[in-house]
Design a protein around this ligand. Sequence first.
Ligand code: HEM
Length: 145
Amino acid sequence: MSTQTLYDAVGGHETFVRLVGRFYEQVADDTLLRPMYPADLSGARDRMTWFLEQFWGGPTTYSERRGHPALRMRHASFRLDGEARDRWLAHMRIALDELGLAPEQSTRIWEHLERTANFLRNTADPAAPGAVHVQTLTARPGSGA
Ligand code: HEM
């Protein structure tokens, strides 16, 4: 039925628990990402599950417990450069592929994750040690690129 949410179409809560559970299994072994997360990953796992379920039309537990997602603000204290983004997405790619969803469902979920990960990036890649960020940004307008 065309009014069915993607949440329901992919199998509801059980599917999101599998996706996020598999993702955090990989985060647990990731030397760059793991230190950013709390010692106990279970809270982070719950928050991510609630967020994705709500985004795709499932229960609104995330908003009820956490308020507005404000994801940029909530990630501001982490160093999210290109490498952090790539690793985060690589873990999600594997977790998503293992669900074995229909390609169009998988693509919709993937595009949202990729878009959001790019949006959350808050640190330029270090071309040289020190402050590259401001230089990169200010060089642009006059560069004609
Ligand atoms: C780009 C790489 C990313 C990194 C390294 C990263 C890292 C983190 C870390 C360290 C936390 C704190 C864990 C906790 O909840 O205690 C967090 C929270 C969270 N992240 Fe990310 N994240 C990334 C991308 C994303 C993306 C793409 C999304 C959404 C599609 C997302 C959604 C969330 C949510 C919903 C929370 C919980 C916010 C809250 O209610 O406190 N993150 N992230």
